[in-house]
Design a protein around this ligand. Structure first.
Ligand code: FUB
Length: 339
């Protein structure tokens, strides 16, 4: 299929049954499970806070092989069953430990500040089935804030959550350690200062708590050896953290938001710092770009989303394509419109 202006889509939607975005893919028990956002139609106009992303529940996708049939699960978690959450069930992730599946998700806290704006928090829900249904903990994870959780378990069994996002993800409102309802809607407007960082935190053994205070996942500019600057929108972190390890290299990957790239930076520790290496994916059709990367059947795969089905920013569809590595570990940039 081609775009409205005649370009060729690299991949086709994994499902056309529902709108899906922010795909977090995992291999559990030899099958591939994708934990996406479940986009829904709304008349809410697009704004810098992402108000049009008014999602209310999650549904899990399952496939036996990449390219094979995709099963769309029933509702795995609904906002009405999350005691602390009010709205905007944004990008989730999942993990498995000792017979339990964990679903991590951001949502707006019901407790509202004086301006009526709920801060984003990150919650956790559990199930014995990777497709759910998941049962939510009554409170968000203590010490959590902002959104886009991505959970990574290292070879030594330690598990880390990467999270955060600027603009609608609110990281710019947390610089003083507490939520500032009067903070900027976008970023700090300090182009010559280090950019806001995504966060990384080691999880407690219960997989439902933070074992420490979240730290900055700092991205260094290879040209200066210093943190990427706030004004460098092609390189700086915006949202959509994802971590994977290949050999002894930790790949911290993320979206640049308003410049619409997926980027990667590498380091030798799950905490970073990470040195910026380049773009993974050129801009897709649609405003947001958000992904996951998994190894399956001897190859690496990039799950991402665009707006092929709707041509509307808030009604997305997830896709998958192969991701390759050069001999030096670099990732050749993928063109979402090339065959
Ligand atoms: O899907 C809602 C938000 O849009 C996600 O949390 C962001 O990563 C962006 O994809």
């Amino acid at each position: 299929m081609t775009t409205r202006d005649g370009r060729h889509y690299r991949a086709q939607p994994l499902t056309t049954q529902i709108y899906t975005a922010d795909p977090s893919a995992h291999v559990f028990g030899g099958r591939i499970y994708v934990y996406p956002s479940h986009d829904v139609p709304t008349d809410i106009p697009d704004d810098d806070l992402g108000s049009e992303y008014a999602m209310r529940d999650y549904r899990v996708l399952r496939m036996d092989r990449i390219g094979g049939p995709v099963t769309v699960g029933p509702v795995a978690l609904d906002v009405k069953d999350v005691p602390w959450a009010s709205k905007q069930m944004w990008a989730p992730d999942a993990a498995y430990r000792n017979g339990i599946y964990y679903l991590y998700f951001p949502a707006r806290d019901r407790r509202r500040d004086k301006n009526g704006l709920g801060a984003f928090r990150i919650g956790v829900a559990t199930s014995k089935n990777p497709m759910g249904p998941f049962r939510a903990e009554p409170q968000p994870i203590a010490g959590s804030f902002s959104m886009d959780p991505a959970v990574f378990t290292d070879r030594d069994g330690a598990t880390y959550m990467y999270f955060g996002g600027i603009w609608g993800g609110q990281l710019q409102r947390w610089t003083a350690g507490a939520f500032d309802p009067n903070g900027s809607d976008t970023d700090l407007h300090r182009d010559d200062a280090p950019a806001l960082s995504g966060k990384v935190v080691r999880m407690g053994a219960d997989m439902k708590s933070f074992a420490e205070t979240p730290r900055d996942a700092v991205i260094l500019d290879p040209a200066t050896g210093k943190p990427v600057l706030g004004g460098d929108h092609d390189k700086r972190f915006f949202e959509a953290s994802w971590m994977f390890r290949r050999g002894d290299v930790y790949y911290y990957t993320y979206s640049t938001g308003d410049t619409h790239f997926l980027n990667y930076a590498t380091g030798n520790s799950p905490y970073g710092p990470f040195t910026y290496r380049g773009h993974i994916l050129q801009p897709v059709q649609g405003w947001t770009t958000h992904h996951s990367i998994v190894e399956w059947s001897g190859k690496w795969w990039l799950f991402y989303a665009d707006t092929q089905m709707s041509n509307r920013n808030h009604l997305r569809n997830v896709k998958v394509t192969e991701l390759r590595f050069a001999p030096d570990g670099s990732i050749p940039t993928i063109d979402p419109f090339a065959p």
